[in-house]
Design a protein around this ligand. Structure first.
Ligand code: NAI
Ligand code: 15L
Length: 274
């Protein structure tokens, strides 16, 4: 496939969308922006709901690829997750299929496998202890279930229609890690842009699942499939470790919110205001 140039970025007004709007143009992409809310300072951004199939068809028409970030990004009542993340992602894939878009980068999440116990013992973990991408999916929330659905949807659209996807199980992509857990799952924004670029340009991805994080010293999962796309992370959360551990203490294996990949998402009740 020729290198994608025009890329639809859904969820462009959100936290990750805002970071990627800054970083991805350096790789030569022309971004078409879409969100439920107007993107500040971007009068040409498309304001549309993922429920609006006509608007989605128009939005995807003529783009080379899509980075799909839009949706509910935390736990919420099932009905809301169903509409935005499950039906909304289906609507986007249908629009892409109908308009002949050949590649989607799907913002999956660590919460699709959030009930996977984190590696035991002290980091850095041996390669054999890292969680592989083909570990059974164990969603920790309705939100995580929607990401699990998105990965299956992506596989289905590849097998049935030849529409390629890289599903990126993002850890925590924020300017800095803010918790001890994040020392293991953090993806710096710059590494996020490197990974999205690799996911857009690698050849013959079919449906590939990767974890999305930096090369953290305290890494919990295996970045092999991400590296196979050409991703070379340059950042590591370790410089933040001393301060965060002094403030919050080491992870406690007896604390359910510290025992699994998904952190506090595994705890009950699962629904917070957000
Ligand atoms: P965010 O909540 O800041 O942004 C999501 C954006 O999607 C918002 O601007 C919102 O208006 C838009 N949106 C929500 N429902 C929509 C709908 N029905 N139609 C159109 N737009 C809609 O979330 P963030 O942090 O930017 O995450 C982006 C994506 O990456 C999400 O899919 C999230 O699940 C995923 N992700 C993010 C992680 C992170 O560390 N930031 C970690 C793992 C996954
Ligand atoms: C996610 O999937 C969320 O979208 C993000 O806000 C963070 O909570 C992240 O996971 C995380 O696990 O830290």
């Amino acid at each position: 496939m020729p290198a994608p140039r025009t890329v639809l970025l859904t969820g462009a007004a959100g936290g990750l969308g805002t970071l990627m709007r800054d970083l991805l143009p350096e790789y030569g992409y022309q971004l078409r922006l879409l969100d439920l809310r107007p993107v500040e300072g971007e009068p040409d951004s498309i304001v549309a709901d993922l429920a609006d199939r006509e608007a989605l068809r128009e939005a995807v028409r003529g783009v080379d690829a899509i980075i799909h970030l839009a949706g509910i990004s935390l736990e919420a009542p099932f009905e809301k997750i169903l509409r935005a993340n499950i039906e909304g992602t289906y609507n986007l894939y249908e629009a892409a299929r109908e308009e002949g878009v050949s590649r989607i980068v799907f913002a999956s999440s660590n919460h699709a496998v959030g009930f996977t116990p984190r590696p035991e013992g002290t980091a850095p973990h041996d390669a054999g202890a890292l969680i592989p991408v083909d570990t059974p999916r164990r969603p920790d929330t309705f939100y995580g279930l929607s990401k699990s659905f998105g990965e299956d949807l992506a596989q289905f659209y590849w097998d049935k229609y030849g529409l390629e996807t890289v599903s990126v199980r993002i850890g925590s992509c924020f300017p800095e890690p803010t918790s001890v857990r994040m020392l293991s799952v953090w993806m710096s924004p710059a590494d996020g842009a490197r990974l999205f670029h690799a996911a857009l340009t690698a050849e013959n991805v079919g449906h590939t699942v990767v974890y999305g994080s930096s090369a953290n010293t305290r890494l919990w999962w295996d970045l092999t499939t991400a590296r196979a796309l050409g991703y070379e992370p340059r950042d590591d959360s370790e410089p933040y470790a001393e301060k965060l551990i002094a403030e919050q203490g080491e992870l406690d294996p007896e604390n359910i919110a510290h025992a699994y990949l998904g952190g506090h998402f595994v705890s009950d009740p699962p629904i917070w205001p957000y």
